[in-house]
Write a protein that binds this ligand. Structure first.
Ligand code: GAL
Length: 415
């Protein structure tokens, strides 16, 4: 009996070793890139499947911009002991402040060394994904958050140009309202309102002021921050009143159909306009840095990590290898609207929007996005939506600044 059991176990072991050498098996990846957001990920999965044809890929997605829904489902799975083989998380505090501190992720520094990634990803990105020499996820891209999108033909028709400061934005808004455009600015659900807030803050405080908020050198109750909140309130007066019911894609549509003049959104909007809507950068849609942020690149990066104890570890590592590769990044990013995180990407594969983003990435002051997980402790980021919700209805700048400061203290910013 015992002999038989041992024999069966040995056969099973031999089979599983043989199958993982061949790459046979399963792989479950988890992200929020579904529907309109899916084409870039689909192309990456296709590339993986071409390399590992016998692996069945379960591309599990939970839709909802910025991962608002996916992060909650991921939490249930991680805590329930059924982690996906690899999951999407923003490079930075979103992963480090959660599953890394909880000891649930594998250190990938060995993989970075063996793949040569410690030399091929820029230091600014490596710093974001590392703690004390350990590296926690593989970045697939760099997105820019501080972009203002518009419809060039409509701006021409209205006789306005893209405003360069928030002051100019407010006067352009008044002009457009005078011409009968009820809401010159379009925004969507809560996280897009936070996204707009981030651009107003950085455009008002400058990149070093923004960094000082996260190092604790500047308090949220500082008069400059209160004043930026006041500006944000005025900017909100230019926006649509049905925002809470709109996805970021629906908000982006209003630029195309001319029912709004401006939208502040990350450059996944470029992916949506070019890949889904088949528009041409510069004519089908226009773009400029959000007001007051010329020379600043507010960055975030999507990355994938490897939870401890996954079912299909070998397949997951192969997945990470594909998404960190030059071919992987230059397959994914031209469709996504982002640029490669790698420094050796082939720019000829990208459209003119992305080429301009790549140029700006090299020559701008780089700061991290709060809303998209790069710069602030996760406990701050996850609670900040309530501050914005409250502010959108009260427009109480002092009150919002005090509430944000309370969150900063609780999140131990600057301590
Ligand atoms: C961001 C993410 C982007 C894009 C966007 C909208 O947080 O980094 O890749 O998916 O949300 O969902």
């Amino acid at each position: 009996m015992n002999k038989n059991v041992t024999k069966i176990a040995l056969i099973a072991l031999a089979l599983s070793t043989a199958s993982s050498a061949l790459g046979a098996g399963k792989l479950e990846i988890f992200s929020w890139w579904s529907g309109d957001e899916a084409p870039a990920l689909d192309a990456l999965v296709k590339l993986y499947s071409a390399k590992y044809p016998s692996v069945a890929v379960d591309n599990a997605t939970v839709s909802g911009g910025a991962g608002t829904n996916a992060k909650a489902v991921l939490k249930t799975r991680m805590l329930g002991g059924t982690p996906p083989d690899s999951f999407q998380a923003h490079a930075g505090q979103e992963l480090i402040g959660t599953w890394v501190v909880a000891g649930r992720m594998e250190d990938l520094s060995g993989l970075f060394k063996s793949e040569g990634w410690d030399k091929i990803f820029p230091q600014s990105v490596l710093r974001l994904i590392s703690t004390k020499g350990q590296i926690w996820s593989v970045p697939v891209n760099v997105h820019r958050s501080n972009v203002m999108w518009y419809n060039p033909a409509k701006l021409k028709e209205w006789g306005v140009t893209p405003p360069k400061t928030w002051g100019q934005f407010l006067s352009t808004c008044a002009t457009l309202k005078g011409k009968g455009l009820a809401s010159p600015l379009v925004m969507g659900e809560n996280w897009t309102q936070q996204h707009l807030w981030e651009s107003v803050m950085i455009g008002s405080l400058g990149p070093s002021g923004w960094n000082n908020l996260w190092s604790g050198k500047m308090k949220f109750t500082d008069p400059r921050v209160v004043s930026a909140f006041t500006t944000y309130g005025k900017v909100l007066d230019c926006a649509n009143t049905d925002a809470s019911g709109l996805s970021w894609q629906q908000a982006s549509d209003r630029i195309v159909d001319g029912s709004a003049a401006f939208n502040i959104m990350g450059d996944w909007a470029a992916g949506y306009y070019t890949t889904t809507k088949k528009l041409t950068p510069g004519t089908g849609f226009g773009f400029s840095p959000s007001p007051g942020t010329n020379g600043t690149f507010v960055m975030l990066a999507d990355s994938f990590g490897l939870p401890k104890g996954v079912k299909d570890r070998a397949e997951a590592i192969n997945w990470l290898k594909v998404l960190g590769s030059k071919q992987g990044q230059d397959t994914f990013n031209p469709l996504k609207g982002s640029i490669a995180a790698r420094i050796d990407s082939d720019v000829s594969k990208y459209n003119t929007y992305s080429q301009s983003a790549a140029r700006d990435w090299r020559r701008s002051t780089i700061v991290g996005s709060m809303v998209h997980g790069a710069v602030a402790p996760e406990s701050f980021t996850s609670a900040f939506g309530a501050v914005i919700d409250q502010f959108v209805s009260s427009k109480d700048a002092q009150g919002a600044a005090a509430a944000a400061q309370e969150l900063a203290v609780r999140a131990k910013i600057g301590q």
